[in-house]
Ligand binder design. Structure first.
Ligand code: ACO
Length: 355
């Protein structure tokens, strides 16, 4: 038995390769650096879905289908939003996605992918006491999410940064949420159920729930003088530093550098936040090395995710829903791949209870 299924191969995939030793992420033949900030959300979604879904996945078709899905989701808000009263954003998103019907005529991978930005924007605006804003079919997912949240177009560099972030996190091998999606897909429960299950797995702080706590950590440290003392005390208590460590990467997560480049472009010169974060990162890496000399612990994607999303003015509670908006493309592509294999995922357990 392998606790945590470490090193266990559970599927063959054409979608991505995560090379943890070299720190490389290949998505359908392309290094992530050649996709994020270079090709749009819709283009990379078409790349991931192509030849797996039943649709013609050209960027034009994907853009049109996602625009239609956003409109469909917007029309469902009246029924779905009231049920989210009193819930956190991620709980609200979970509730609303679960409220989508398997009877929907639009292909379900489009429906869930287009629905997520509509639901995120509606939850954020409702939380602020504002009415939801209808989607704009002429925009891509990233630009429209920002517009639906703010009721006006964002600056081009913000639209670019969000698009680059979403592509960066779109697909990443057999991570916990993707595995959850594939287990559900293997029962033939369908795309929507698989995505709801994947979102539930993403929510945890050991997976997609870390970037909010990264900012909490930066706030708690507060000043450059306190970095060493604060991190040292955390490690001495056995606490984990959020934004560091990874099950697969034994070197730096390549996505961290992609996002570092994005945040550097976004920040106006003179902002101290990035410099402070870099100082925290540097000290954290040094102290982690001393603390766990046998376990290479490096910066993961969540550290710079926190900085990118914070620089764009998103509140922390929205970080995990935004991660889902990117990753849903990978989840649904894996669902198609799993459905093709046709094999129910059904491992075994070893009984160690009373005889
Ligand atoms: N800070 C301090 N110590 C750590 C950290 C960390 N961030 N990560 C791992 N360690 C330590 C563990 O405490 C453990 O020590 P032990 O052997 O004395 O118990 C040792 O390193 C090995 O840890 P594992 O739990 O075996 O590592 P695993 O591969 O399961 O962990 C994980 C990966 C969950 C990401 C972990 O590194 C962690 O908790 N990081 C912080 C949370 C985080 O950043 N999550 C986002 C991950 S990226 C993503 O999912 C998109």
């Amino acid at each position: 038995m392998k606790a945590g299924l470490d090193g266990v191969v559970v599927a063959e995939t054409v979608l991505s390769e995560v090379d943890g030793d070299k720190g490389r992420l290949i998505i359908r033949g392309f290094p992530v650096e050649q996709l994020a900030g270079v090709r749009s959300y819709e283009e990379v979604a078409a790349l991931l879905w192509s030849e797996l879904s039943p649709e013609q996945e050209t960027p034009e078709n994907v853009s049109a289908a996602l625009a239609q899905a956003r409109q469909t989701a917007f029309e469902r808000l009246k029924q779905l939003l009231p049920a989210t009263a009193g819930l956190s954003f991620i709980e609200g998103l979970r509730m609303m996605l679960a409220g989508l019907s398997d009877a929907s005529e639009l292909s379900h991978h489009y429906l869930v992918t287009g629905a997520i930005p509509v639901f995120i924007a509606a939850l954020a605006r409702t939380g602020a006491g504002l009415a939801p804003v209808a989607p704009d079919a002429a925009l891509g997912q990233a630009a429209d999410l920002l517009r639906m949240m703010r009721a006006e177009r964002a600056r081009p560099e913000e639209e670019y940064a969000l698009d680059a972030y979403l592509v960066t996190v779109m697909e990443h091998g057999m991570n916990a949420s993707t595995f959850a999606a594939r287990v559900i897909a293997s029962t033939q429960a369908g795309v929507i159920s698989s995505v709801v299950g994947a979102l539930c797995a993403l929510k945890g702080p050991l997976h997609g729930g870390a970037p909010g706590p990264v900012l909490d950590m930066l706030d708690a440290i507060g000043t450059t003088e306190r970095i060493t003392e604060w991190i040292g005390a955390q490690l001495a208590q056995g606490a984990r530093l959020m934004g560091f460590g990874h099950r697969i990467y034994r070197v730096r997560d390549p996505r961290a550098d992609v996002l570092k480049g994005v945040v550097a472009r976004l920040r106006s010169a003179g902002s101290g936040r990035l410099a402070f974060a870099e100082a925290v990162e540097q000290t954290a890496l040094e102290l982690l090395k001393e603390h766990k000399p046998d376990r290479p612990l490096h910066t993961n994607v969540e550290f710079y995710t926190a900085l990118v999303l914070d620089a764009m003015g998103f509140e922390r509670e929205l970080f995990t829903p935004l991660f889902a908006m990117g990753r849903v493309v990978g989840w649904t592509a894996h669902v198609f791949e799993q459905e093709r294999s046709g094999r129910l995922l059904r491992p075994q357990s070893r009984y160690v209870g009373a005889s």
